[in-house]
Write a protein that binds this ligand. Sequence first.
Ligand SMILES: [Zn+2]
Length: 278
Amino acid sequence: MLHLGKLRTVLLALAMLAVTASVAQAATKLHWYGQAAFRIETPSGGVILIDPWLTVPTNPDKESIAKLGRVDYILITHGHGDHVGNAVEIAKKTGALLVTSYGLQYNMKSMLGYPENQATAATGGNVGGTIDLPKAGAKVTIVNAIHASELTPPMIPAPAPGQPSAVTSGNPVGFVLQITDGPTIYHTGDTDVFSDMKLIPEFNKIDLMLACIGGHFTMDPVRAAQAVEWVQPKQVIPMHFGTYPILAGTPAQFKTALDKRGLGARMIEMKPGEDRVF
Ligand SMILES: [Zn+2]
């Protein structure tokens, strides 16, 4: 018969093991491919890709698509080629469901061949809406971005003479991804800073912001620092820079601009191909 004192010790040890296990399970893994493309592995084992351009020239791993295992959801901020990326190929390979604005979802099905049954109203939404992602233990709120969202050749066939070649496809958006037992991540998409970014922390405390800083098509490092001040994330990772010379903003410039606002310690610099755990 087990002595009561020993039983308490055993129970305590088991409880500590359970706590340790739950802490170990709580990790969320973030992988950056380059440009705006991330893979997020949630504590429940789900896998989410955002703006999956895995063949981005700055990605050091040329086998990234072949190495993909499970992918539950593909989130796409807008219709430009550096964000739609390899989504259709990955969707056919993995069965991933498409989470994006309703208009882009429709055009991706009819013009790019995204599988119909993987892009339904269950995961197509619009700004202000929150979509459940049960297979990944997460939910995502679609938020505004100030940009554009067109499909253009060579993604779509060249148009007949006199016909438009940029097909408008829904609103450009950002995502606030709320991961159960993990961080809340704000992916800005491509955008300028705008004052309604102040609304984001009114609804969700942001642990990690993925902020475009390259300039030319989006906010540059100085304007992105203003965005960080308004969004108030605990940490921020710069993205969407350096892929081409025209995306000239650098993490060093971003750090300087953040330092001027007393926010420099929040920046985490990643290189394409790297992982971080949160
Ligand atoms: Zn872009």
